[in-house]
Design a protein around this ligand. Structure first.
Ligand SMILES: *Cc1c(COP(=O)(O)O)cnc(C)c1O
Length: 219
C-alpha cells in the first residue's frame, strides 16, 4: 500500500470505531506521528489532506517543521515526547499542542515562556497509568492535584490528558482510567491509542489518537 492508502485505511478504521461506539463522525482526531521521517516523507501525507501531526523530539522537529509549516498554513503540531525545561522556549515556539506536561518544573518553564512569547499552545498532562518507572508521566493519584496546581498557581489552562499504556498489557483498563481521571479533573481532551490499539482507544473515548507506523511504515 502507498502512504496515501495507509492514511485512508487508518481514517476508515477510526470512522468505523466511532460508528461502532455511537460517537459522532470526526470526534476522534487523527494525529499522524511523523517522528524519524523526513520532510519529503511527510509532504505526501500533507498533500493527501492530513493536517495534524505528532513529533516526540523538539530538536528533530525544528529541523523539518518550520519549513513544512510555512508551506501549509493550517498545520497543527503536537509534541508527544518528554520535554526538558531547557527546551521549553523552543517547544512553545514550534508546537500548537504540548501533550507531555508531567511535573511542576516543566509547567513553570512553560508558563514563563508562554508569557514571554505571547503564545498559548494547548497543554495536556501526561499520566503514567501503568506506573512504569522508565516512563514519563504523573502518577494517576497525583493527577487531579497537579492539574489544579497548573491551573490555579500557574494560570495554565489544561485541556487534556495523555497516556501510553504498558506495551505488554491490555490497553483497555488504562484508557478507562485516563477517561475517569479526565472527568474528575474537568478536562475534555483524551489523547490515547497508537497503531496497535487506536480503535480500542476510540471506543474508550479518545478525542485524538496518535498513529505513526500504520501510516508511515515501520521505523
Ligand atoms: C511513536 C509514538 C506513537 C506512535 O506509535 P506507532 O505505534 O508507530 O503508531 C504514539 N505516541 C507516542 C508518545 C509515540 O512516541
Amino acid at each position: 500500500m502507498s502512504v496515501e492508502e495507509r492514511l485512508q485505511d487508518v481514517k476508515d478504521r477510526i470512522a468505523k470505531a466511532e460508528q461502532y461506539s455511537k460517537r459522532s463522525a470526526g470526534s476522534a482526531v487523527l494525529v499522524a506521528v511523523s517522528k524519524t521521517f523526513e520532510a519529503d516523507d511527510i509532504r505526501p501525507v500533507i498533500a493527501a489532506g492530513q493536517r495534524v501531526f505528532g513529533e516526540n523530539r523538539v530538536q528533530e522537529s525544528q529541523s523539518k517543521w518550520p519549513d513544512l509549516k510555512s508551506e501549509t498554513s493550517d498545520i497543527e503540531l503536537h509534541l508527544i515526547g518528554p520535554l526538558q525545561s531547557n527546551k521549553a522556549a523552543d517547544a512553545v515556539e514550534l508546537f500548537d499542542v504540548i501533550e507531555t506536561v508531567d511535573r511542576e518544573k516543566i509547567a513553570r518553564a512553560l508558563a514563563e515562556e508562554m508569557k514571554r512569547q505571547g503564545k498559548t499552545p494547548k497543554l495536556y498532562v501526561q499520566v503514567n497509568t501503568g506506573l512504569e518507572p522508565q516512563k514519563a508521566g504523573i502518577a494517576p493519584k497525583e493527577t487531579a492535584d497537579f492539574v489544579t496546581l497548573c491551573r490555579e498557581a500557574l494560570g495554565l489552562s489544561i485541556e487534556g490528558l495523555m497516556c501510553i499504556p504498558p506495551a505488554d498489557e491490555n490497553p483497555g483498563p488504562h484508557f478507562a482510567l485516563l477517561a475517569k481521571l479526565a472527568q474528575e479533573c474537568g478536562v475534555e481532551k483524551l489523547s490515547m491509542g497508537m497503531s496497535g490499539d487506536f480503535e480500542t482507544a476510540v471506543e474508550f473515548g479518545a478525542t485524538s489518537v496518535r498513529v505513526g507506523s500504520a501510516i508511515f511504515g515501520s521505523r
